[in-house]
Design a protein around this ligand. Structure first.
Ligand code: PEP
Ligand code: MG
Length: 595
């Protein structure tokens, strides 16, 4: 039966493929693809974990005290029976063999399939056995996790491979942790659908960085869609069409072809400098998550990296953080890949919706209860871990000997933080001099993500070389809207007059103080805001490489001086989006290049 689910469109385009459900187990499992050579050992690993649980349960049964209720022994028998059932083990093996899922993923995928079958059973007693199945699977997952802990490889250490199945695959999940998203980067998925999340949740950001259609905040997609269903993701409007009719399928295939043609057309702008009609040169920089993203940035025509989210180097490591040398190599690789263009490295921004996997479950739970977005994240975390912070600074400064690096600090709100950062930098430079490591001058910048930082810009600006506006968090903190919460996603509004005034004020103050200013939040890559940001005086944008051609096209058609005449009116209006649309529509020129 064909049906539709709606959510929030977060990454444009159309994807058509089969659904792959990633179950949200109570145990947080890693999801990654294994290569051909690892299939047999992965099955082995799964069976070993199963056998360990069988032994545990058998021992439990033997040790049951004489006065234990009879039902308990019977329950253990049910669990043992489930463990030996082909519907669980046989099918799990099949996921490993056919889809190349790692053991944990295969097991939780099969749990999902069986849980649905239990849900549909008429008999109440049998229906309730679902809970037993979940317990059994969680025990096996626990055994696998213990084995992992003994150093038998982890998600990050297993080579990714492009698993080319017959049909394109679309990932469907309740939620995808940023760490898992990184595993899926450059893997097989052609689209993402999640139940939760908002436009600037990190799942959405990573999906955009992969240039893959995605719809989040669907609330129920992972419950309604079944493993292997044919699904269309319409990332432009936020629709998910499940088991489409042949006519609908054909229509979407046509749209897919059209957008490929449009993409190819825009790609020809790659070597065209981003200059407005009135001659203003605009920097279009790239946001990257790993050094491996840098070639795509160059390919898209970026003139530098405006935001290297270094925290992604710290994820998927089974609790181990990268040491100084490893970080240095990563920063150096990014700098070298950018071929002399500047690379802005942001110090780790962990916490909130980007927890490190070394955080214990109780820490994570704790974070859920309190308010993680306002907790120990970003620079607060770095200053709370001074040796880790200095280690990162050393790695960044060492890489500065190989190219142009700028240092960017996330979530600054206090002058005292800048002082501590400067002290740490001074100490690190001394250490590097003492140990004979080369480094050059590195510009220091702060992210403007908290309204307080805008208010105190006159005090902050004298201490920094540049500022970068993180609109994703600035909107979150100005409007008190959790950026990852789909329940309030409709209130997350970049057009809110308060948000626009903060952005305009930051740009104006920075320019007046002679400091460079850029926007590296999602607004920078959204062509709906290009004219407005240019009008406010912004000359540096940083976005996902895939967004550069579209924004460049806007820049080429803009007259910055004429646009700026409308700013006052837009900022003073109750409905800035409507006023901007009216004011700019008349001015939009046809570009000089590709029409
Ligand atoms: C932002 O907040 O706008 C930003 C660029 O940082 P992140 O999205 O990584 O929090
Ligand atoms: Mg931010």
């Amino acid at each position: 039966m064909s049906f539709q689910v709606f959510g929030i469109p977060v990454s444009r385009g159309v994807a058509i493929g089969r659904a792959v459900l990633v179950a949200s187990s109570r145990i947080d499992v890693a999801h990654y693809f294994i290569d051909d050579a690892s299939v047999a050992s992965e099955i082995e690993r799964c069976l070993r974990a199963r056998d360990e649980v069988v032994r545990e349960l058998e021992t439990l049964k033997v040790d049951l005290p004489g006065d234990a209720p009879q039902e308990l022994a019977a329950l253990l028998d049910v669990h043992l029976m489930l463990l030996h059932d082909e519907a669980l083990t046989g099918a799990t093996k099949q996921w490993i063999v056919e889809r190349h899922y790692n053991a944990e993923w295969a097991l939780s995928a099969q749990l999902e399939v069986l849980a649905r079958q239990f849900d549909e059973m008429e008999d109440e007693y049998l229906r309730e056995r679902k809970a037993d199945l979940e317990q059994v699977v969680e025990r096996v997952l626990g055994a696998l996790a213990r084995e992992q802990g003994k150093g038998q490889g982890n998600a990050a250490s297993v080579a990714q491979r492009d698993f080319a199945g017959e049909d394109p695959l679309l990932l469907v999940a309740a939620d995808i942790a940023p760490a898992d998203m990184m595993q899926f980067k450059r893997s097989v998925f052609h689209g993402f659908i999640t139940d939760i999340g908002g436009k600037t949740s990190h799942t959405a950001i990573v999906a955009r960085s992969m240039d893959i259609p995605a719809v989040v905040g669907t609330r129920e997609a992972s419950r309604l869609i079944r493993q292997d269903d044919w699904v269309i993701i319409d990332g432009d409007v936020g629709a998910v069409i499940v088991n489409p009719s042949p006519i609908v399928l054909e229509e979407y295939r046509f749209r897919q072809r059209q957008s490929e043609l449009e993409r190819a057309r825009l790609a020809r702008l790659r070597h065209t400098p981003a200059v407005t009609l009135d001659g203003e040169r605009i920097e279009l920089h790239a946001n990257i998550e790993l050094p491996g993203d840098a070639p795509a940035a160059v390919e898209a025509g970026a003139t530098g990296v405006g935001l290297f989210r270094s925290e992604f180097l710290f994820m998927n490591r089974g609790g181990e953080l990268p040491g100084e040398d490893e970080q240095f190599e990563a920063y150096r690789a990014a700098v070298e890949a950018m071929q002399g263009m500047p690379v802005t490295i942001r110090t780790v921004d962990v916490g909130a919706d980007k927890p490190l996997d070394r955080m214990s479950p109780s820490e994570l739970r704790h974070e859920h209860v309190l308010n993680p977005a306002m907790g120990l994240r970003a620079i607060r975390w770095s200053l709370a871990e001074p040796s880790m912070f200095r280690q990162q600074l050393r790695a960044i400064y060492r890489a500065s000997a190989f190219g142009k690096i700028r240092l960017l600090i996330p979530m600054v709100a206090h002058l005292s933080e800048i002082r501590q950062i400067q002290e740490a930098i001074a100490r690190v430079k001394q250490q590097l001099t003492d140990s004979g490591h080369a480094y050059t001058h590195v510009h220091l910048g702060v992210m403007i993500e908290i309204p307080a930082a805008v208010v105190m810009l006159p005090l902050l600006l004298p201490h920094v070389d540049f500022v970068s506006i993180g609109t994703n968090d600035l909107i979150q903190y100005t409007l008190a809207i959790d950026r990852a919460d789909e329940a309030v996603a409709h209130l997350y509004d970049p057009w809110h007059p308060a948000v626009l005034q903060l952005i305009a004020s930051t740009i104006a103050q920075a320019r007046q103080a002679g400091r460079s200013v850029s926007v590296c939040g999602e607004m920078a890559g959204d062509p709906a805001f290009t004219d407005l940001l240019l009008a406010m005086g912004l000359r540096s944008f940083s976005m996902h490489p895939s967004q550069i051609p579209t924004v460049k096209q806007r820049v080429l058609r803009a007259d910055a001086a004429r646009l700026s005449a409308a700013v006052e009116q837009i900022l003073g209006s109750e409905d800035p989006a409507a006023v901007a649309e009216l004011a700019f529509a008349g001015q939009r020129h046809r570009g000089t290049t590709l029409q």
